[in-house]
Design a protein. Structure first.
Length: 282
């Protein structure tokens, strides 16, 4: 069975982990490396099983520990050429990825990464470059879309294939408009290269989900302009307006911003929650 865990999802740091019995990969490493290693110990996970790193884009909350963990565990780091260049430029990444551990991805080109069949695809965001991933492993199709200004039809075709989906629900539009951010930042967040709102997220799921979609996790929530319960209820309401009932037709959860989730066991038909060591985060 494939296992999934989120070690953090938000502006404080993002990191997701998928593994089989033989192989494991990290998606983004924007969390602290000490906290990540502690979480592995707490959950009884072996760091020796991590063999690969996928990076979505070059913002600090997704990459700040990538060079350190790549060096410590001798892990190859997969990203587009522009993202690798952005990692080199980012002053928050104190230890860079060594040249021999860099692997270059092309958008919409599928490659085999250990046990995982990985397809990166374009995601609009105001970074050097940005991708989402469709990851196929043991008959499971897992899709990750974080930091997305909007959802294009091209992205939608990958959502349609997924059994499992991690997708951004960054902000509530009214909270953002009425909040303390300066106007230029509000406009940046709401732009086509900014961040996906709760409403945009719900509409995208309803429009593109396939019959085989089992479980959706809402990710990268803003601490200032959103709330986990508000995000969940907004998406639930939109799905209901399309005749899709969360908890019946699909499972819907919100990923914690700063704490690990439980371990999820994934197969083509259902999700098994293997354990949650932490209290719910509000």
């Amino acid at each position: 069975m494939v296992k999934f865990i989120s070690f953090g999802s938000g502006s404080s740091g993002n990191c997701y982990y998928l593994c089989t019995e033989r192989d494991g990969l990290l998606i983004d490493i924007g969390v602290g490396i000490r906290g990540l290693k502690k979480a592995f110990r707490d959950y009884g996970l072996s760091q020796t099983l991590i063999h690969h790193v996928l990076i979505t884009h070059d913002h600090a909350d997704h990459i700040k520990s990538v060079g350190s963990i790549s060096h410590d565990l001798h892990l190859p780091v997969y990203a587009t050429r522009k993202v690798h260049q952005g990692i080199d430029r980012n002053y928050c990444v104190t230890k860079k990825v060594s040249a021999d551990l860099r692997r270059y991805l092309e958008k919409d080109a599928t490659i085999q990464v250990g046990d995982f069949l990985v397809t990166p695809f374009n995601v609009p965001h105001d970074s050097s470059d940005n991708v989402g991933y469709l990851i196929e492993v043991e008959d499971v199709k897992f899709c990750v879309i974080t930091d997305a200004g909007c959802i294009s039809d091209e992205m939608g075709q990958y959502i349609t294939q997924a059994n499992y989906l991690v997708i951004e629900a960054n902000h509530d539009i009214e909270m953002l408009k009425q909040g303390p951010y300066p106007e230029y930042l509000k406009q940046r967040i709401m732009s086509q290269n900014g961040h996906l709102s709760n409403t945009g997220c719900g509409e995208a799921i309803a429009k593109y989900m396939g019959e085989q979609l089992r479980h959706v996790w809402l990710c990268h929530l803003s601490e200032e302009n959103n709330h986990p319960e508000l995000a969940r209820k907004t998406v639930e309401s939109i799905l209901r307006s399309y005749g899709i009932i969360a908890g019946k037709d699909i499972l819907l959860e919100v990923l914690k911003r700063t704490k690990p989730t439980g371990i999820y066991g994934l197969n083509k038909k259902s999700t098994v929650v293997e354990g949650n060591l932490f209290d719910d985060e509000i």
